[in-house]
Design a protein around this ligand. Structure first.
Ligand code: NAD
Length: 370
């Protein structure tokens, strides 16, 4: 078994819990990384190839993301081994049993992640009463439908403009991954006068320098179509989005899409990270050396988790959206000021900001991390 504690540091992990029930074929792990700021919020990931080490890394990412967002929540994550597309009744049984096994781990609040959704969170809520990302019928705020993360990204972009040499109005936007995050980012930025000139999905890339009608493209995607079904513009392969010239480039698809071997192809001035870790560190360092500003993922894409935390505390959609705007604007500003003053990557400034908050919260706790 991996020695997760040997990989840890002064921030965590505080607890690693392995859960198994051989008759059900249930095998899962909970990592509570650090709860100095409050009970941990983090997703339940279901996949056949999850691991304790992956769970620990994701739990740490949540400690930093929640602290950076200024939420009264620490970081944790859980993983469940299995094919998320298994028969629905089997999936429900596994998730319910896993949640029940963790019913006394009150330091952890379940959220949706890869392989789980709002229905899964409703089962968890029914078992133990602690989950976020719920269906609206049981008090949830439908964050992907409303575009909570895209709303937050649009705020981060607006705050970054004073650090760039272009105006928001008339700026050209390319979105890689026109899904829940990508389409709402395009929608909110279009409302501020930005022109969408490129969008991609898993099937290909659409490019129209004259501008793409965002509402029309969203309608096509919502009906199950692809960006390639848009009636006008040029069509190309999936990775062609990297080459499209623009002022704002938003990765909103997968991790590690920009790396040392392809980052030199990018022709943009601002990268606003919607996906989690869409750039390798080397790619971020390269862009920094070329004067391209990169807004780090856990600052810019925190709208979803802020919305989830607001849901947990019983807030309305309106309050949640106001809080997302306030927190992301404030955090983006702080990160960019520090990055500029100290000549460091915005990502390093963001890590410093989050770590300072966690370490200060730890000073108020008798046992630090828990
Ligand atoms: P989604 O499944 O709704 O959308 C993803 C889109 O990316 C789809 O249109 C898909 O076709 C496309 N895609 C997949 N692989 C691609 C590729 N290689 N090139 C181009 N397009 C590709 O997912 P989402 O909820 O929008 O999440 C997108 C990313 O943002 C994920 O990495 C997710 O972890 C991260 N994220 C999501 C949220 C949220 O609130 N949903 C919050 C923070 C981070």
């Amino acid at each position: 078994m991996e020695d997760i504690f040997a990989l840890g540091d002064t921030l965590g992990p505080a607890k690693v819990i392995h859960v198994s029930q051989p008759q059900l074929g249930l095998q899962g792990v909970l990592v509570v990384d650090n709860v100095a700021c409050g009970p941990a919020i983090g997703g339940l990931r279901m996949a056949e190839d999850v691991s304790t080490a992956e769970c620990a890394r994701l739990a740490r990412a949540m400690t930093l993301k929640n602290a950076a967002a200024g939420l009264p929540h620490g970081g944790g994550k859980s993983v469940l081994y299995g094919d998320p597309k298994m028969a629905p009744a089997d999936k429900e049984e596994l998730i319910r049993a896993f949640a029940f096994a963790l019913r006394r781990e009150e330091d952890y609040i379940f959220g949706p992640d890869m392989g789980t959704n709002e229905e899964c969170m409703a089962w968890v809520k029914d078992e133990i009463g602690r989950s976020v990302g719920l269906p609206c019928e049981v008090g949830g705020i439908p964050l992907d439908h409303l575009g909570a993360t895209g709303w937050g990204l649009s705020q981060a972009v607006a705050m970054a403009i004073p650090y760039c040499d272009f105006a928001l109005t008339g700026a050209r936007l390319v979105v890689q991954g026109f899904g829940a995050v990508g389409k709402h980012t395009a929608r909110f930025l279009a409302e501020r006068g930005v022109t969408l000139v490129g969008a991609s999905d898993s099937r290909g890339t659409l490019h129209d320098p004259a501008g793409i009608k965002v509402e029309e493209l969203i309608r096509i995607k919502n009906q199950g179509g692809s960006v390639l079904d848009y009636p006008t513009g040029n069509k190309a392969d999936r990775d062609a989005a990297i080459d499209l010239e623009c002022e704002i480039w938003v990765p909103a698809a997968r991790p590690d899409v920009l790396h040392e071997d392809n980052v030199h192809r990018l022709r943009t001035k601002l990268v606003a990270q919607g996906a989690n870790i869409p750039l390798t560190l080397g790619a971020e360092q390269y862009l920094h050396s070329k004067g391209v500003l990169c807004l780090p993922d856990f600052i810019a894409n925190a709208g979803g988790v802020i919305c989830a935390a607001m849901e947990y505390h019983g807030s309305s959609q309106t309050e949640a959206f106001r809080t997302i705007a306030e927190k992301i604007r404030d955090n983006t500003q702080q990160v960019l000021v520090e990055a500029n003053q100290d000549g460091i990557l915005p990502r390093q400034a963001a890590i410093n900001l989050a770590t300072r908050r966690v370490e200060r919260a730890m000073t108020f706790k008798r046992w630090g991390i828990f």
